[in-house]
Design a protein around this ligand. Structure first.
Ligand SMILES: *Cc1c(COP(=O)(O)O)cnc(C)c1O
Length: 458
């Protein structure tokens, strides 16, 4: 009886030659299908041994093989809907790109380009020209260069300019940024010797002054990034440090972190130091991220004095941290938005920051109505969105939230994450909360479907 069940199973080749098998091979290729069909047959034999007494149909075997093929070929990086209200969400890919940036990287990615080619003379050129002039124009810097990310920019700058020398930095700025990036450790990697001055909460100009020796090469200022200093605190301002550096023939280096090109105070946020202000204060080199408040692709942007930028760009380590053509294409397109004074209209993160509360309220009510009509307990309340990405810690944007009361908020939330386009919300006070601020145009239907289906199942 059992022996019959085993004998009734088709062979691997039989399964692959039937129309379903042929179409699977067309979609996934023969080697993967061979493995999937073999393992479906193995699973069937296992089931028979474990006591199954019904013969297997081919369609059962194909479903098992298909499920395996789907798992084996699923993308690990999938698009999600961000309903957390955190605009620059590092875990969810930081800044979404503008239409023009997407177009630029798709055009350049599709074929060949002038990445390192000069059309006039018809000979080899340099990739360093891309984005460089735009960056200099927008920030007012003498020169600029681009690397793979801001962590690389900090490492490269210190390596090229201060290796083997002392770099003075305030104890209040020895911060750890997400992903284990610690300013003191990166400085150590560069071969520069870190000289810590001041205290955690207060550092004065004379602290820096007293630390300067004949072996000092630079003063470094790092943005506090993801934490805020409040209370009894003091730090000299950049212009004072720039004067001190000049007097002693030192470089003043500034890691701006997020590095905004626009004044965040114009959007009801606390003022985030801009790149332009840093340079105007007399910083020699400033560096910042491409995918935080700039709203572009991952990149590290280095701007400042021509001789210092040149030294950084020519260092051998620069080759190891250079940006690729897709990054340069998307970055140039993003920078062009600033030059054309259309950043707030075209760059998604600025559109999100600038979204009027009244619009968000209208959207939140529309969602709550739809969810309530379909049997969920959803209300609208005022709340806060965050900028994120280590910029503007502790400052928030007023927003309107949809609050869903559900017996199993964690189950509901897990169900939303299991949707075809996963929806990421947040749980506050045992309720599931959705912030429309970070939901992109065109995602509303998929979001509401995901919530309702998850609620049905949990
Ligand atoms: C985010 C950040 C970095 C690292 O930038 P990446 O582009 O993520 O490499 C470095 N310094 C500061 C102050 C930051 O906020």
């Amino acid at each position: 009886m059992k022996a019959d069940l085993f004998r009734l199973l088709p062979s691997v080749e039989q399964l692959l030659q039937e129309p379903v098998g042929v179409s699977l091979v067309e979609s996934f290729g023969r080697p993967l299908c061979l493995e999937a069909v073999r393992s479906a047959l193995d699973a069937a034999r296992q089931a028979i041994r474990a006591g199954r007494d019904m013969p297997f149909t081919n369609s059962e075997l194909y479903s098992e093989a298909q499920a395996q093929l789907a798992t084996r070929t699923a993308a690990t990086m999938r698009p999600v809907i961000n309903a957390t209200g955190v605009i620059i969400h590092t875990n969810l890919g930081r800044a979404p790109l503008s239409e023009a940036a997407l177009m630029a990287l798709s055009t350049v990615g599709q074929g060949y380009s002038t990445l390192e080619y000069e059309l006039g003379p018809g000979k080899r050129g340099s990739r360093s020209v891309h984005a460089r002039d735009l960056l200099a124009q927008i920030t007012g810097a003498e020169a600029a260069t681009v690397v793979n990310n801001n962590a690389a920019a900090v490492l490269l700058t210190l390596t090229a300019l201060a290796s083997g020398c002392e770099v003075v930095i305030s104890r209040g700025q020895l911060v750890e940024i997400g992903g284990g990036f610690r300013i003191p450790e990166v400085m150590g990697q560069s071969g520069a010797r870190l000289v810590e001055v001041g205290t955690t909460n207060r550092t004065h100009l004379w602290d820096y002054q007293q630390a300067i020796t004949p072996n000092t090469r630079a003063i470094m200022v790092a943005h506090h990034s993801n934490f805020a200093m409040v209370g009894f605190t003091a730090e000299p301002d950049l212009a004072e440090l720039a004067a001190l550096a000049r007097d002693h023939g030192l470089l003043l280096l500034h890691d701006l972190g997020s590095g905004s090109l626009l004044d965040t105070a114009a959007f009801g946020l606390r003022h985030e130091p801009t790149v332009q202000e840093s340079l105007a204060a007399g910083v020699d080199l400033a560096c910042f991220s491409g995918d935080k408040l700039l709203g572009g692709p991952q990149a590290g942007l280095i701007v400042g004095r021509a001789d210092a930028v040149e030294k950084v760009a020519r260092h051998p380590l620069a080759r190891a941290v250079r940006p690729d053509k897709l990054c340069l294409a998307a970055l140039s397109a993003t920078l062009l938005h600033y030059l054309k004074d259309e950043a707030v209209r075209e760059i998604p993160i600025w559109r999100m920051i600038a979204k009027p509360a009244a619009d968000l309220k209208r959207v939140a009510h529309r969602w709550a109505r739809h969810l309530t009509r379909n049997g969920l307990a959803a209300t609208v309340t005022d709340g806060h969105s965050a900028v994120g990405g280590g910029s503007l810690p502790g400052t928030v944007l007023p927003t309107w939230l949809v609050v869903i009361t559900h017996p199993h908020p964690a189950g509901l939330s897990a169900g939303m994450r299991a949707a075809p386009v996963p929806v990421i919300g947040r749980i506050d006070n045992d309720c599931l909360v959705l912030d429309p601020r970070t939901v992109m145009p065109g995602e509303e239907r998929a979001l509401l479907c995901a919530v309702l289906q998850a609620a049905d199942r949990s």
